[in-house]
Ligand binder design. Sequence first.
Ligand code: PLP
Length: 389
Amino acid sequence: MTVTIYFDNSATTPLDPRVAEAMRPWLSEAFGNPSSLHALGRRARDAVEAARAEVAALIGATPQEIIFVASGTEANNLALIGAFETASAGQRRLIVSAIEHPAVLETARALEARGAEVVRAPVDADGLVDPQWIRARLTPSTRLVSIMAANNVIGTVQPLADIAAIVEASGALFHSDAVQAIGKIPIDVEKLPTDLLSLSAHKLHGPKGVGALFVREGVKLAPIVHGGGQERGLRSATENVAGIVGLGRAAEIAREEMAADNARLVALRERLVAGVFAACPRVYLIGHRERRLPGHVCLGFAGQEGEAIRLMLALDEADVAVSTGSACSSSHAAEPSYVLQALGFDAFRARGALRLTLGRFNTEREVDRVVEILPGLVGGLRRIATARN
Ligand code: PLP
């Protein structure tokens, strides 16, 4: 079997073997329910609480401020819906950015149908939200502002500290979907005045199907899942012990290795960008040049934007896994991306991003291999397109 070069770490990351090892006992002999009072149950409870402390340590929170949930999507739903259910009369406004993940945008739309007034903040050509635009839209009726830490399609990192400080001063709540940022860039809620923050284990070399919501002490949320009252009543259900242990271990590794990983990934990213730019004519980088996730490259090929899917498939044939935008929208892969349209791309150009996202296990050799084969594939598609026209 040929080994796939996996450059799709924004869709999901491979499980770190150290995480798999930490999870193993909790999938076999250590099967207790953390709510049980006997020894097996107490052992599981201790493991869940140790993981909670690790997740808290990664972001500068206290363990009580971490609520385990089943995904980044659920964390976002709990943040938005939970905040609206506890809003006082008249607090109807919700501000989100136009490039949020569907887990925020669709939740906002569902709240709109229930009477919320949703304001969608535009972004500039690099994908940045303007903090002053947000400031001008904050009213006494604003319950929540939700702005992602980093975008999953283009990799742009938002000026979160500025936005959070402005929202804090207004008295509204601030939430950030930090699913793409956690474990890759430092986020410290001791310094960042955010009330709520979402993360997901499978984006930081942890398992799928487990995430967490940071809920700052004193912030009132209503649950969206009702039942036995686990997770301080905010998320009923028997805890996914193995998944939570995996998230805890992934958080611990990220805390210890983030600085080194980050530097290595920035170097790999720059090597990839420089190599592709030297070899491919009319290529352009999408997203902010510097304010971007360390391993995130999003490319457009001028005149060939409609061929991004073909390029992705040609790379797949060559055992290189990349994506054309967001894996979350693979069923709409040939449609224009709303994220690129928000950057000002027309419908044609908005179909054309090639996203290559690097992670902990990628190497220089893999980057060099992709730099070697990509120009030929792009050139091949150009010739086909020219012959067709
Ligand atoms: N938010 C962002 C920015 C994401 O990139 C993703 C996943 O792609 C999610 C939320 C959803 O996370 P999950 O897959 O854990 O539901």
